[in-house]
Design a protein around this ligand. Structure first.
Ligand code: AMP
Length: 446
């Protein structure tokens, strides 16, 4: 049988790969406005990095990790010899734990309390059941802000996330920004006990998984997709009624800052997010168009204990991650996905063999001036070169034949209007630039 890409993975072919690349570039430019620098960490880490950073009892760590064994580790396993922690690796299911590990390893958070802002882009791996918008290998961009305790850091991250979606071209009306506070070490334990008691009181009406969670991680029951469970849990205690004074003040400030920045949000006291490390502010952006049940485009929150988990000094932090495939699905479903196909500025056609070196050199001149140029490499007839030009979407075709060679010129044909004019070879770059500007202006007017 012919080989196929593994289940839940995709080969990103040119238009789709360009579309995701476009979103990554937008992340780079928007996050740069807020002072974030790019960090790249390995695609795999010691398994314990994720166990420590995300939590053993999360779905991500408990059920969805791809484990990696080095050849040395496989040999040890075959011999029954004990494995060391760095023998047992896992593909990253998310990048916050990796960034926290790297921040501690490299002492990125200075002792003077300065803030470090890092953003990342890359593929993540989760062994989930594939469906629309849910892959086993998918792309994220994300941002982590380390060292800032104040509520304006939370609000700034949320504003930046919404700014990013806006620059991607998703209409604000297609998005729902949900906000909650999960409390902290002072108030969450009491809340957890109340939710646990609630689950046990309603065990008969809840699914076995929710009941099991009463003892392991009761707040995760709020993530259950089962409609019956959701209805029962709608009456569960609300964290926002139990926040300690500090958490309540922090949450109120975040909301006031979002109001001041005119960023609309909905408070959702059931929003707990899947990972264990969150404290205080959590947020999620959802969209209905194009996503079906996997409606979360991105989300994150504050994680004031995470850096300490990795052996660093107590350091507040917060961040978010966005799934790029889902952003693209929403752009397509709302009719806002720009044509990501690379289009040459000019196609160069040779009338005869003697013209081929001329168009070859001309193409190079255009490219050196930053203009994409395409030409035939198959010895095709002029007619099929024009067909290729049409297919490429190039706004102009430059034709060189015996007359043009004699005159040191090219014939420039505008593919939209079919107008033609002769352009001296040393004026071709400027003429093509002029056509590109005219085409762009025409596109903007439409
Ligand atoms: P999370 O780390 O689970 O909060 O995920 C952050 C974002 O990554 C989500 O909102 C999704 O957009 C995206 N995401 C998470 N899991 C998947 C997946 N299996 N396939 C595609 N995108 C995903």
């Amino acid at each position: 049988m012919a080989f196929q890409a593994p289940r839940g993975t995709t080969d990103l072919l040119p238009p789709q790969a360009h579309a995701l690349d476009r979103i990554q570039r937008i992340a780079c430019s928007v996050f740069g406005l807020y002072g974030y620098g790019l960090i790249e960490t390995p695609a795999f880490e010691q398994l314990d990095v994720f166990v420590r950073g995300i939590g053993q009892d999360t779905d991500v760590v408990g059920k969805e990790m791809f484990h990696v064994l080095s050849p040395g580790a496989l040999a040890k396993q075959a011999e029954g010899a004990p494995l060391r922690p760095d023998d047992v690796l896992a593909l990253r299911p998310e990048q916050t734990a990796s960034v926290a590990r790297a921040a501690v390893q490299h002492g990125l958070v200075p002792p003077d309390g300065a803030t470090v802002k890092l953003w990342y882009r890359g593929t993540m791996f989760r062994a989930e059941r594939p469906q629309k918008g849910r892959l086993r290998e998918f792309h994220q961009v994300g941002a982590e802000c380390l060292g800032a305790a104040g509520p304006s850091a939370d609000a700034e991250a949320v504003v930046m996330l919404m700014h990013f979606f806006e620059e991607c071209g998703i209409p604000r009306g297609a998005l729902r920004l949900l906000l909650n506070s999960m409390g902290d070490a002072a108030c969450r334990p009491a809340y957890r006990s109340q939710v646990r008691a609630f689950i046990l009181d309603h065990a008969a009406d809840l699914c076995p998984e929710c009941v099991r969670r009463a003892d392991t991680n009761p707040l995760r029951a709020f993530d259950c997709k089962n409609e019956g469970c959701r209805q029962v849990l709608a009456d569960a205690p609300r964290i926002t009624d139990l926040l300690c004074d500090d958490c309540a003040a922090h949450y109120a400030s975040v909301k006031a800052l979002l109001d001041a920045a005119r960023v609309p949000y909905e408070e959702d006291p059931r929003l707990v997010r899947g990972l264990d490390y969150y404290t205080r502010t959590v947020f999620e952006v959802q969209a209905d168009a194009g996503l079906g049940s996997q409606n979360a485009l991105g989300g994150g929150g504050r994680y004031d204990g995470l850096i300490q988990e990795f052996g660093g000094r107590p350091t507040p932090g917060l961040g978010f991650a966005v799934g790029l495939e889902r952003v693209q699905l929403v752009l397509e479903a709302t009719g806002n996905a720009p044509d990501a196909r690379p289009v040459p500025a000019a196609y160069l056609a040779a009338v005869d063999e003697d013209a081929r070196p001329v168009v070859f050199a001309l193409a190079q001149e255009l490219r050196a001036a930053g203009l994409a140029a395409e030409l035939d490499h198959q010895g095709r007839s002029l007619k099929s070169q024009f067909k290729q030009a049409d297919r490429s979407g190039a706004p102009v075709v430059l034709v060189v034949g015996p007359d043009e060679r004699a005159a040191g010129a090219a014939r420039m044909r505008h593919m939209g209007t079919h107008e033609e004019r002769t352009v001296a070879l040393d004026a071709v770059v400027d003429a093509v630039k002029g056509e590109c500007t005219a085409t762009q202006e025409g596109d903007q007017d439409r």
